[in-house]
Design a protein around this ligand. Structure first.
Ligand code: AMP
Ligand code: MG
Length: 589
């Protein structure tokens, strides 16, 4: 935990500077806590409060808790006020503790200073002050900032305590991947899909950084810290319908009530109390006025001469919504790792959370390899060239998943070109997807290169289409070497790439939500590997598969709306047998 102080003369602007720094630094994703030293006659508790009475009666420690916050008060009696160190030790889990006051303590401080007050800066006599944030002209040998230039003051403070702009807020969120993280145990040959997934899940961790942003801009982002309701929803009991409100108990004297003057509308509450024998006009969403606990629909009354006659007796509390019946203030409403969709933005906003801590999107590089590949749209049309179809596919897939795609272009099948591409992008991306050259053939340079220089493990996964998946760390960046065939590249991305990237991005491991559907095809499948067939659901509700399983058949990817997953074991599938269908949407595509 780092500490930094703000000090200054009375009216020098200390608290304002504290306030702006807290907001700025926590807005950059760091957890900020504060300590404030109060003057002699300031107190935490006040005469007449319940806790005051507890303390007066002799309680040694008193905890006051509400749905919003809690505090522990300790009586010092004849004991000494705790030292600053002892107080700092009471703070839990902050990146930075900002301290207001405690002029004479030894921690470094910035002085908030206004020339108009007519003092000399405290810094002239206090060597623990290392910078000045001033309004007006000041001469000082120390670093000098404008009092209102919060951004620069925050940069300075963060640099001073070693939380540079590039360091990761929240300490605990960023971890490094181990260099041998993809290593397979000796002797492992074919890896079943489930085992490959379990290995990926156990060796990868979130590497995402945290930033704060306005809730309204956070669609598609991943929550980095859990969100706690600041306000109840609804904040107060209100009416669910347009009608008339009264006290239920008053109905024991009859179903005719006197209509009071005025009304309660949403945003325009009725002031005053509705008495026994009275009813008040109330509209949907309006707060129940004092004395009202029950509402009847306007269609269920007859009005005459300022009298409301109920057609029948309602139940106690009917047509009302209780305060907090949806969400109670102080309740954790969303946990870290939750993807924010429009629905979550509504929930966060309704419970008073206008700003959220979210993960920064990962930057994911995409590199295609192969001598035969040319850029889309190239003039060359000879038969031995292949348009690079994987790059637009993978770049857009990454974008659809909420990461930031980084186009690394094309590399020919030479070690030098591939090394160049990997090194050029080094440090600027959080992970790299390559396609092509992942097998063990002569021209499979990705495999050879990563094996010799980058801690490669070639995972021969028992899966069709796909099989070789080259997993390696290149200077600390994970590289996922996908097969070159677009069909295999897409299937491997959906099955292995999506959960792996999602874990790196802070959203946790994502499994596609499939469902069982009757087969509209027949197939005989051998034992030993899992198969994914390009599939879609027909009008009879059966799942059909693409006519050819050839992994060069790109048209089948587009024909399909998802994949049928066939188990590792052998299988004889007849029409009507239940098979597992994974729609593209279940892979976030
Ligand atoms: P490889 O994995 O490099 O052996 O490639 C397998 C097959 O996929 C070959 O027919 C390649 O031409 C083809 N291929 C590789 N990369 C791409 C790409 N980016 N776009 C289209 N086809 C590709
Ligand atoms: Mg190739």
């Amino acid at each position: 935990m780092k500490i930094y102080g703000v000090t200054g003369w009375k009216n020098g602007g200390k608290t304002g500077l504290m306030e702006r720094l807290i907001s700025e630094i926590s807005g950059r994703g760091f957890v900020v806590s504060t300590i404030k030293h109060a003057h002699h006659n300031a107190d935490i508790d006040h005469v007449g409060t319940d806790t005051y009475r507890h303390r007066q009666a002799g309680a040694r420690q008193v905890i006051l808790s509400s749905p919003q916050r809690w505090a522990k008060m300790t009586e010092l009696d004849a004991r000494q006020e705790p030292s600053l160190e002892a107080l700092v030790a009471k703070i839990e889990g902050a990146d930075l503790v900002l301290i207001e006051g405690y002029k004479t303590a030894s921690h470094p401080k910035i002085e908030a200073f206004r020339t108009e007050n007519g003092h000399r800066p405290l810094a002239e006599k206090n060597a623990t002050i290392v910078a000045v944030a001033a309004k007006g002209d000041v001469e000082t040998p120390l670093p000098l900032f404008e009092l209102d230039d919060t951004g620069s003051v925050a940069d300075f403070v963060l640099a001073q305590v070693g939380l540079s702009p590039n360091s990761t807020p929240g300490n605990s969120t960023q971890k490094n991947l181990r260099n041998d993280c993809f290593a397979l145990p000796q002797g492992v040959d074919w890896v079943p899909v489930d085992e490959a997934l379990a290995r990926l899940k156990s060796c990868l961790v979130s590497v995402a950084k945290v930033e704060a942003m306005a809730t309204r801009d956070a669609n598609g982002r991943i929550l980095a810290r859990s969100a706690t309701a600041v306000r109840s929803n609804p904040p107060a009991a209100n009416s669910a319908v347009d009608g008339y409100g009264f006290a239920f108990d008053t109905l024991s004297n009859g179903l005719s009530l006197e209509l009071v003057e005025g009304r309660s509308a949403a945003g325009d509450p009725f002031v005053g109390k509705v008495r026994s024998g009275q009813a008040v006009r109330i509209l949907t969403g309006a707060i129940l006025p004092a004395g009202v606990d029950t509402v009847v629909l306007q269609e269920e009354v007859t009005l005459s001469n300022d009298q409301v006659h109920l057609n029948g007796a309602p139940k106690r509390g009917s047509n009302t919504r209780k305060a907090g019946e949806d969400v109670v203030a102080g309740k954790e409403i969303l946990s870290a790792g939750q993807k924010l969709r429009p629905a979550e933005l509504a929930l966060l906003t309704a419970v008073g959370i206008p700003k959220v801590q979210v993960f920064k999107p990962l930057r994911i590089g995409v590199l295609s390899t192969g001598d035969e590949l040319v850029e889309a749209g190239a003039a060359e049309m000879s038969d031995h060239i292949t348009f690079d179809a994987n790059r637009p596919m993978l770049l857009s897939l990454i974008e659809t998943w909420g990461h930031q795609p980084v186009d690394m272009g094309l590399a020919p099948d030479t070690e030098q070109a591939i090394v160049q591409s990997l090194n050029d992008i080094g440090g600027k991306v959080d992970a790299i997807l390559t396609s092509g050259g992942a097998s063990a053939g002569d021209e499979d340079h990705i495999s050879q290169l990563l094996r010799s220089k980058g801690d490669l493990t070639s995972w021969r996964i028992a899966v069709k289409p796909g099989r070789p998946l080259a997993l390696a760390m290149w200077n600390g960046t994970p590289v996922f070497g996908l097969p070159g065939n677009p069909v295999a590249a897409l299937v491997c991305s959906l099955i292995f790439g999506r959960p792996a990237l999602s874990l790196l991005a802070g959203a946790g491991w994502q499994e596609p939500q499939g469902f069982m559907v009757p087969a509209g095809f027949t197939k005989s499948k051998k034992h030993g590997r899992r198969e994914y067939l390009r599939a879609r659901i027909n009008r009879d509700g059966q799942v059909e598969v693409f006519q050819s399983e050839g992994s060069g058949r790109i048209s089948g990817l587009s024909w399909a709306d998802g994949l049928v997953e066939l188990p590792d074991e052998s299988a004889e599938i007849s029409i009507g047998d239940m098979v597992k269908y994974l729609p593209y949407s279940s892979f976030g595509m």
